[in-house]
Ligand binder design. Structure first.
Ligand code: SF4
Length: 206
């Protein structure tokens, strides 16, 4: 279903003027998200950092460059996906977002997910992962898909984790490499292909 761009713009405007949590008082620019409104894949990170706060865009700087490389590895660009975070405003000094801040901001993430309705959600880092995979370690489950209704959620390391720890980079590349298969399976399932339906059902690995 094609969505009305206006609806997404209204959510972005609400975010820009939001004061629901304390992060409003220290942000320079809120970062609602960026990308294709009709994307099959939505990527959800943690929160804006310094550069994102300056530019109002998600995943700029070194993590963003790595994310671009990861998308390129599966023949996609950030214009093909939608990228956002669990909190839309930068936590001071790049500290972790707090649970009450994530909860306050959840209403916007919920609206974005409902509107864009991606086939696959990729959680980047433990804060976005926790919503669908509570109580697990990312090192144990990264890259493994889980079915939630008609959607597949895939937890992955945050790109920053591969910058700090280069041994995570090939893991991220491998996990991204699985995404086209997930999309293909869901597309075939929608077309009524029973073999693919069973493939997708087998994706419920966690
Ligand atoms: S982080 Fe979310 S809830 Fe908090 S002020 Fe920013 S937009 Fe509002």
């Amino acid at each position: 279903m094609r969505i009305d761009k206006k609806q997404l713009e209204i959510i972005e405007q609400q975010i820009q003027s939001c004061t629901l949590c304390v992060l409003a008082s220290t942000r320079k620019t809120a970062v609602p998200g960026f990308g294709n409104m009709n994307a099959d894949i939505m990527l959800i990170g943690e929160g804006p950092g310094y550069h994102e706060d300056e530019q109002g865009l998600p995943f700029v700087g070194r993590s963003g460059k790595l994310l671009d490389d990861l998308l390129y590895s599966i023949d996609l660009s950030r214009d093909d996906v939608y990228i956002t975070n669990v909190v839309k405003c930068r936590p001071p000094d790049n500290r972790d977002p707090k649970s009450d801040e994530i909860e306050s901001c959840r209403t916007y993430l919920d609206k974005q997910i409902n509107l864009i309705d991606p086939k696959v959600i990729v959680t980047l880092g433990r804060f976005s992962m926790a919503r669908w995979f509570p109580g697990v370690r990312i090192s144990d489950v990264h890259g493994e898909a889980k079915r939630f209704g008609s959607r597949i959620i895939v937890p992955m390391f945050h790109p920053a984790a591969a910058l700090y720890n280069p041994q995570n980079r090939p893991l991220l590349l491998k996990d991204f490499g699985r995404l086209p298969k997930y999309i293909d399976s869901l597309n075939l399932e929608q077309q009524g292909d029973q073999e693919s339906k069973s493939t997708v059902e087998q994706l419920n690995l966690l």
